[in-house]
Design a protein around this ligand. Structure first.
Ligand code: PAF
Length: 298
């Protein structure tokens, strides 16, 4: 019997599977039944992931702990498919770029089931469906998203995360962490996707005004939503991530290159639509949202 399940075999899903599989029994839930192995590449080392595989249809028992690192736009269908397979006291850990409606996911779960969010900036790239290349460590943060999760987060953190992820943090304010990550994604992902450049290329003065305006709008909308962010702090955070991941290709740049749907609706699209709720036009985010959409559909 597996002690942790991962639904979603993208770069983050496979990185998490690799880390956890050294100490836990990990099962990857794939969309279709497959006997193909998964591989992890770190520098010159390539090894097979020590994981089991199943589809939701083939599951025999109930799931107690499941990480769901799927794209924001896949989350509703993933959670609806997963929920009948969860035990009454299950832990569900979401992890994705962009904003999603946590109230909706809480309404899918029972009050005895715990919902968490895991934010990570570990770098990973998938050169093919079954391989992840490790591109470097990054901060991982875990926070509770409902009352049940608040009661038992320390236990979950100690068991699965504390010793195996570095750097790692347990956060009391996951809403703030999600906004901070959203700001990083707004500053890096769409521009690298449009320019098809590595993250570090955005550090030049040519993009400085645009990045400033994008984050200024994001901080304003965050404040409307009750989350206080300082523009200078968010700018500093975004530039730090650009520097730390300067040789990496962002997930959105990879999506555009591989002609996949991007997460732009949950990133710049989220800012533009939420701004409208408050009678405000977030024009920089709106423009970038449309530009990425055009590129995505081309
Ligand atoms: O989406 C990504 O690629 C990552 O979240 C980040 C932090 C922008 C680094 O590339």
């Amino acid at each position: 019997m597996s002690d942790i399940y991962i639904l979603g075999c993208g770069a983050v899903g496979l990185l998490l599977a690799e880390k956890l599989s050294h100490h836990h029994s990990v099962t990857l839930i794939t969309r279709t039944a497959s006997k193909q192995a998964f591989f992890f590449i770190d520098g010159k080392q390539r090894r097979q992931l020590n994981v089991k595989m199943t589809t939701l249809e083939d599951l025999s028992g109930k799931i107690h702990t499941c990480i769901v690192p799927v794209k924001a736009y896949q989350l509703v269908s993933a959670m609806e498919a997963l929920s009948p397979h969860l035990s009454h006291d299950a832990n569900v850990i979401l992890s994705h770029n962009g904003m999603s409606d946590l109230n909706h996911f809480n309404s899918i779960l029972q009050p005895t089931q715990a919902l968490y969010f895991l934010s990570t900036s570990m770098g990973g790239m998938k050169p093919d469906n079954n391989t992840v290349i490790f591109k470097g460590p990054g901060l991982t943060q875990l926070g509770a998203c409902n009352a049940q999760a608040k009661n038992q987060i320390t236990e979950l953190y100690d068991r699965y995360f504390m010793q195996y992820f570095e750097p790692i943090e347990l956060t009391n304010d996951i809403a703030e962490v999600r906004w901070q990550k959203l700001c990083v994604n707004i500053a890096i992902n769409p521009l690298t996707a449009l320019m098809q450049c590595p993250n570090g290329a955005l550090q030049t003065p040519a993009y400085a005004t645009q990045v400033l305006k994008l984050l200024n709008e994001a901080c304003f909308v965050a404040q409307c939503e009750g989350v206080k962010l300082q523009l200078a702090t968010e700018l500093a955070r975004a530039y730090k991530v650009m520097a730390l991941t300067q040789h990496n290709t962002s997930s959105m740049a990879q999506d555009i290159k591989l002609k996949r749907r991007t997460e732009i609706d949950a990133i710049c699209g989220y800012i533009a639509t939420t701004a409208k709720k408050y009678g405000y036009q977030a024009t920089e985010n709106e423009t970038l949202w449309q530009q990425v959409k055009i590129k995505e559909q081309a």
